[in-house]
Design a protein around this ligand. Sequence first.
Ligand code: MG
Length: 250
Amino acid sequence: MIHKKSRDEIKRMRHAGHIVALVHKKMKEVIEPGISTKELDDIAYHIIKGERAIPTFLGYHGFPGSICASINEQVVHGIPNENIKVKEGDIISIDVGATYAGMVGDGAWTYPVGKVSDDVIRLLKTTEEALFAGIAQMRAGNVLDDISGAVEDVAKREKMGIVRQYGGHGVGHEMHEDPFLFNYRVGDKTLIKPNTAIAIEPMLNLGCDEVVVADDEWTVSTQDGKPSAHFEHTVLATDDGNIIITQLMN
Ligand code: MG
């Protein structure tokens, strides 16, 4: 069942999303060669706690960080570590969740570290475009496959690999609620209703679709070692369009 949000739940969720956006604003400022993923995690933790919210990821199935920090060929779920530092030419995907008054916002962005290659710039631009193409389909009356297909079309146009094992999801009281949202067409005709929220999150690769999970049982990387990008917003369908939840509020 897809949970419909009340006015009050939406208000709290937007606050949670605002906090996620505050973390991303800061990440953009502080990511530079030499900073460790643990330092980024600490910064995120303090912003979230300072806003009287809970870092949703911390302790989730035992995850040890407040953010996932995934570098280059790592797709998602990278564990923050003081010995892992980004360098010029890397990309780093930061995924962050905040729970405010019982409601969750979830958002990810991939940041370039200094100057990156033209291929990587195309990967970042394409994945961001795929996210917003998906968001444009997030409206009452559409079906889940409309979002999936919009993401797939952008990825295929640029010949990017599409990660198959992971995808978007309902979000609200929990980080992962029904439904699961594929990043490619599967024929899912589940109707999108007003006041339902989904985290839309394309994960695209410069190479193949396939991914592998590391021995740490968290870090997901591309099988061919080529770079991967991840862009995610929590989005609420309304009666006349949608609202991006994970953005700064005035
Ligand atoms: Mg998510």
